[in-house]
Structure formats: structure tokens, C-alpha cells
Design a binder for this molecule. Sequence first.
Ligand code: GRF
Length: 203
Amino acid sequence: MMRLGLLASGRGSNVEAILEAIREGRLDAAAAVLVCDRPDAAVVEIAVRFGVPVELLPRAGLPTRAAQQARVAEVLAAHRVDVVALAGWSSILDPIVVDPFERRILNIHPSLLPAFAGSMSPEPQAAAIRAGIAVSGCTVHLVTREVDAGPILAQVEVPVLPGDTVESLSARILAEEHRLYPRVLQSVAEGRIRLDDGVFNVT
Ligand code: GRF
């Protein structure tokens, strides 16, 4: 059974969607741990409700940013995590976290990458509206040392409608995120991620 480590900092709706998928048997994984850097984040209660161990690692509780990152790496190892899913994790991860999980650390981003990379929700959604594009969406990608630039595993398109606000577009994208992320993680669990000519594909 794939042991999943969840890294989240906020509302936690993607974490909830993943944990529901596990509970309903759509995702063959065990949630090994939620790592959260914001003790007051709503995602903490969600993990507790699902009986998932929580490790709180606020930056303020550790002497340096590097020490915090080292603790994240230690905690993932201590919980014997196989695959890491970032879901609204708010800081850039150092190589000490990313490198041991090469090709086994994923993120979800609320745009069709590479469009609107490099910023946190809701900025990509706001940028989509400002740009006047007709189609946006969400992307699940592998995390590498370069922010939002790892190989794309799957994308879903979402229309940007006339009169959309950041809130209405974000909600439409989020509904697709909740379907997409558990589905991609299940592909990972089944070993259905292929590397063809340097491009990853989820089959
Ligand atoms: C989502 O928009 C996700 O794409 C982005 O951060 C947001 C997290 O939302 N990475 P939630 O905490 O899962 O509700």
C-alpha cells in the first residue's frame, strides 16, 4: 500500500478530497501523515477527523528556514512516506525535501501550467481573469527544484465565463481539482505513470 504524505497549509479541501477517495476505495493509499506549517489552518481539523497523524512544523517554532525544511524531510522519513502530495503548501521546498522524492512528489496548481506559474492561489485565477483568457483549469505536476516547472502529469480545462470573479472561477477550478488529484494519485499508486521522451504521462 502506497504511504502518502500530505503537505498543506490552508483550507484543506484537496486534502479532504484525497482522504474521501481513500475512504471510498477510489484511491489505494494510506494517509501516513499530514505535515502543516500553520497550526491554525483548517486542514488540521480535517486530518484529525479522518484519523490522520498530524505533524505541525511552523516556521516560528524552528531556528531557521533550513531547519524547518530539514524537519519536514525527517518527518516524511519517520512516517515511511512513499509519495508526497502538496495541496496548498505555502512555501517553496528545498532540495533536502524534494530530492529524496524525485518523481514521487506531486503538486496541484490552479491554472493550466506553464501559464500563471510561480504564484499561490488565488493569484493564478486572478491573473487568468485579468488576461481575459477563455480557458483556464488545473494541473497536477511533479515537483522539482524549479517552482511549478516539473513534468505535467494531468490537466483539466475549465472555462472562464463572462462576468467571472476570482471567487467564481476559483470555485469552478476547485471542483475539478477535487476530481483530478485523487485520480492522478491512483495512477501513481498503480504505477501507471510513464516517462516517454522526457515527458510524463498518466495512463
Ligand atoms: C488550490 O487552489 C490549489 O490548486 C492550490 O492551493 C489551493 C489549495 O486549496 N495549490 P485547498 O487548501 O486544497 O482548499
